[in-house]
Design a binder for this molecule. Structure first.
Ligand code: ADP
Ligand code: MG
Length: 771
């Protein structure tokens, strides 16, 4: 027990010591606590002061530059904008009014000026619009900045509230701790536990202090950042202020512009107003004058009206009488028509009788004309002789042989000179065509003959000359440059067409050939068949060729077909067409039959176009066999042609037509009042001068047989043979063949000495010079 008492005593002592130590500790703890709470209070005070400062700073910043200024600026701009809008509206109203006032003078220069001003205005409006857009952009920016500012404020407020809460919490805990200490002081038993709690709690308070310190640090950083943001915003604000100032300046400029335009408009309006007033005044004064005149007129009209009333009365009377007349008019008209009809009938009767008389006279005239024509032809000689000289061609060769031997008289187109063996011999024909004469020129001279065929005359056109002198060229020509044959038919067609109103015509053609005195039909089915020339059995004395084909032709195409047909037949019948054609006579016989529908008169004319065989004297050059026979036949027929022409021109009782097939066939086209043209073709080449001389002599003789009736027979009793034509040549040597026909055997009684023929020409020349 004592032990336990001592133990308890010891324990009591130890506890007392411990309590003392604890009291000491507590008192130091108390002192510490007090110091910490003082320190904490100081820190809280500091924080409070800091917060206050920050709030002050924020409000200062806000009042200094922040949202309020921007807002103010925005408000200002908005107000400005509103004012501008109002002003614009007012201007537009003014403009509308002006436009209405300007409507009457649309065309004047003010309108144009106004248009220009309006354009300017529109431009200004556009610019104002742009400024407005910029302004609204700036507004938006300001709005955004204000929002951000509000956010920052909100965040600051939140952190302040948090701090206040923390403070509250800390002071609450401080109070609690102090209360705990007090209760511990009063309850020493619990001290140990409480001290422990206090220790724990004070460490917690320390931790909280640390946290709040770090939070304070963070808040300070935030404030710094906000300041930075504020600075940037300040800069932005400055930029937008600058832009706003610029915009304001622009707006001011536009306003000035507007002001000016407005002023101009007002001036123009004033001028227009003045003009309008002037015009109104003028119109008014004019209207007054006109009014006065109208009044005067009215007075005149009134007096006129008074005088017109009696005239109206007489007019009404006239009208009534006219009405009566109109009623009677149909009867009157019928009567007049009846008398007019009888008068017209009478007149027609008279005209008819006059017509009949005229027709009678016309027929008599026609007969007279024909008689006159015949007389004229008789006087002129119905046999004409032309000469045609072809140009020198390649076929003539070169050098002396191809030299030109023919010259012309520039003043007389009927004369031609031939240089033969150094002597110049001159010839006179009816007409001479030089080498340059065209087919057209030649036809011009021939066409009168061709047309007379329509009037019922028989016509013969012969092409005479040596081979190669141009006979075929003159008669047929080339396709590009046709000769007399085709042109004659074309002309006949044209003439017939022009007379178609009164006449019916039928044109037929035959194509024939005479070779070695045999007549052949080149259009017939059997061209080799020899045709006979017969007397018409009706006793008219007319000749006809039984079996000779006649083609009716109506166009140039028809003619071409006929010619082609003839050529084909001629070509198939011989081996050498050129040679053959030069030794045969080619005939194109055109018959024109006409009927005058009004008189019933009938005509029939024949046009014989003959391309004669070559006139060269082959017989003399010692040709033999068939060539000689051909030559003799040609010689015979050409001599016979000469004889016939001679006999006709010298009006002999007997004309030896029967001496050759050619003359016999053409008998009715050579006799009576028929017309004949001999186209003598010559070559101008030196080598052909002999033949040329012969041809020209033949031509001259044909032409010169125009003599007085007494001397005719004596002078020109005979026609020279082809061989005798060239008097300077040695006398011809007739062959013994039966084809060689001496002049005596050709129907002429006396022989024909060469010089006689030459005399014919000289007599003609004498007659011409003495006449
Ligand atoms: P013929 O019929 O007399 O034998 P051609 O008519 O055949 O002669 O003519 C012989 C050559 O001369 C042909 O080549 C022809 O074209 C040419 N000729 C003839 N006369 C003329 C002329 N007036 N103009 C141009 N060439 C011509
Ligand atoms: Mg020929």
């Amino acid at each position: 027990m004592v032990e336990s008492m001592a133990h308890l005593q010891e324990e009591k002592l130890r506890l007392q010591q411990e309590l003392l130590a604890l009291q000491e500790k507590l008192s130091t703890r108390e002192n510490e606590e007090i110091a910490v709470s003082v320190q904490l209070q100081g820190q809280v005070e500091n924080l409070k002061a800091n917060l206050l400062d920050q709030a002050k700073e924020i409000s200062r910043l806000r009042s200094e530059l922040g949202g309020t200024d921007l807002e103010k600026h925005r408000d200002l701009l908005a107000a400005e904008n509103e004012r501008l809008r109002q002003e614009m509206k007012a201007r537009e109203g003014e403009l509308r009014a002006l436009r209405q006032q300007q409507a009457p003078c649309l065309a004047c220069e003010h309108v144009q000026e106004n248009g220009r001003l309006q354009e300017r205005l529109a431009q200004l409006q556009r610019e104002v619009e742009e400024a407005r857009a910029k302004l609204s952009e700036l507004d938006l920016e300001v709005q955004q900045k204000t929002n951000r500012l509000a956010e920052v404020e909100l965040r600051l407020k939140d952190s302040l509230a948090e701090k206040a809460e923390e403070e509250e919490r800390l002071s609450r805990r401080l109070r609690d701790s102090q209360e705990t200490i007090a209760s511990l002081k009063s309850q020493p038993q619990q001290v140990k536990y409480i001290i422990k709690t206090v220790e724990v709690e004070s460490s917690k308070a320390k931790q909280a202090l640390c946290e709040s310190q770090s939070r304070n640090q963070y808040l300070q950083e935030q404030v710094g950042m906000q300041r930075q943001v504020l600075k940037e915003m300040e800069q932005q604000l400055q930029g937008s202020q600058k832009t706003a100032a610029q915009l304001r300046a622009q707006i001011m400029m536009y306003e000035a512009e507007l002001e000016r335009a407005h002023g101009q408009m007002l001036e123009e309006m004033q001028a227009m107003e003045d003009e309008k007033n002037r015009a109104i005044e003028e119109a008014f004064s004019r209207a007054q004058v006109e009014m006065k005149a109208v009044h005067e007129n009215l007075a005149g009209v009134r007096t006129n009206l008074l005088t017109l009333q009696p005239a109206l009365r007489t007019l009404t009377n006239d009208y009534n009488s006219l009405k009566r007349q109109v009623r009677d008019f149909p009867l009157l008209l019928q009567e007049t028509l009846r008398s007019a009809r009888s008068e017209i009938g009478q007149a027609i009767e008279e005209v008819n009788s006059t017509n009949r008389e005229l027709l009678r006279k016309y027929r008599r005239e026609l007969q007279l004309r024909k008689k006159c024509h015949n007389e004229l032809v008789r006087l002129k000689g119905n046999i004409r002789v032309f000469g045609r000289v072809r140009p020198i061609t390649k076929e003539d060769g070169e050098g002396v042989e191809a030299a030109n031997a023919v010259t012309f008289d520039p003043d007389d187109d009927a004369v031609l000179h031939l240089l033969h063996k150094g002597k110049q011999v001159s010839f006179e024909l009816d007409k001479v065509f030089p080498p340059q004469a065209s087919q057209e020129d030649v036809f011009q001279e021939v066409q009168a003959l061709v047309t007379s065929c329509i009037d019922g005359y028989n016509v013969c056109i012969f092409a005479y000359g040596q081979t190669g002198a141009g006979k075929t060229y003159t008669m047929e020509g080339t396709s590009a440059n046709p000769g007399i044959n085709q042109r004659a038919l074309q002309l006949l067609f044209a003439e017939v067409r022009s007379k178609a109103a009164d006449w019916d015509y039928a044109i037929t053609v035959s194509v024939a050939e005479i070779y070695n005195e045999a007549l052949r039909d080149l259009l017939g089915k059997e061209p080799q068949e020899k045709l006979e020339i017969k007397l018409c059995p009706d006793g008219s004395g007319q000749l006809y060729v039984p079996g000779l084909t006649e083609f009716r032709v109506q166009s140039v195409e028809d003619i071409n077909k006929v010619f082609e047909f003839g050529h084909v037949h001629r070509a198939t019948e011989c081996t050498n067409l050129n040679e053959h054609s030069s030794r045969s006579h080619a005939l194109l016989i055109v018959t024109v039959r006409g009927l005058d529908r009004s008189t019933g008169l009938r005509t029939a004319g024949k046009l014989n176009l003959v391309d004669l065989a070559g006139s060269e004297r082959v017989g003399r050059s010692g040709a033999e066999g068939s060539r000689l026979r051909e030559a003799q036949y040609i010689n015979k027929s050409l001599s016979a042609l000469g004889d016939v022409i001679y006999a006709l021109r010298s009006r002999q009782g007997h004309v030896p037509f029967r001496n050759s097939k050619l003359t016999y066939l053409l008998q009715d086209s050579l006799s009576g009042d028929s017309k004949t043209l001999m186209m003598v073709q010559v070559s101008p080449a030196e080598k052909n001068t002999s033949e040329t001389l012969c041809s020209l002599k033949f031509a001259e003789r044909v032409r010169s047989v125009e003599l007085g009736p007494g001397s005719r027979r004596a002078e020109l009793a005979s026609w020279p043979s082809q061989e005798q034509l060239e008097v300077t040549e040695p006398p011809p040597r007739h062959g013994d063949s039966p084809g060689a026909v001496p002049p005596a055997a050709r129907g002429h009684s006396s022989p024909s000495p060469g010089p006689l023929a030459g005399r014919a020409a000289s007599i003609r020349r004498k007659l011409q010079t003495s006449g």
